[in-house]
Ligand binder design. Sequence first.
Ligand code: C5P
Length: 231
Amino acid sequence: MMASINYWAVVPAAGVGKRMQADRPKQYLPLAGKTVLEQTLARLIQADVFSAIAVAISREDPYWPELACSNDEKIITAAGGKERADSVLSALKSLTEQASDDDWVLVHDAARPCLTSEDIHLLIETLKEDEVGGILALSSHDTLKNVDGLKITETIDRSVIWRALTPQMFRYGLLKQALEAAVGNSAVTDEASALEMQGLQPKIVEGRPDNIKITRPEDLSLAQFYMEHQV
Ligand code: C5P
């Protein structure tokens, strides 16, 4: 009999969020009665598919131990790293004892608190038999331009451009290996790019547009609006 496949969530939450101009990292700003990070983790717990959720937290983070969810039995704390990829790798390593190479890992940004169970299940159902894995993504409704300074050099064919969201879903062994090979490469801004560097072609699964990443101050009220109107 084949061993059953487990699903793990990894949440990089060790960034400082400079573009928010706030007194604390953006994952600790208030959103609908909790912090952004608590809202994000609540969404992952609600989906009811993960064996555990590994969260990468900066070593100098005074806020995390104050959150009740830091003691949740489903949540494992790992040390964050210099870049996002280092934080993800550290969280993956914290699962070494429990995860097997064929298990699936869904990596999700701490700063995307509006993720729905619907999108988590869509990603899993679409990719669970896939060789490589893939990511939630959004097509572009706007016309896209290449620019040099402030001058347009060309219009890009938008039908071939997609915006990478999270979760990004890959096999535990393959993802760990790809991130280890990519250490120090600043072009690796998501997990899919680490796999692309190995010559692999992750798939895209069209996600919901309300799965926004909190980046600028105005994104908080937009996230609150989406959370109130989600069904
Ligand atoms: O800064 P950006 O929005 O691209 O960060 C995406 C996610 O990666 C955030 O959840 C952030 O906390 C996390 N991150 C991390 N370790 C870093 C940098 C970013 O866990 N060194």
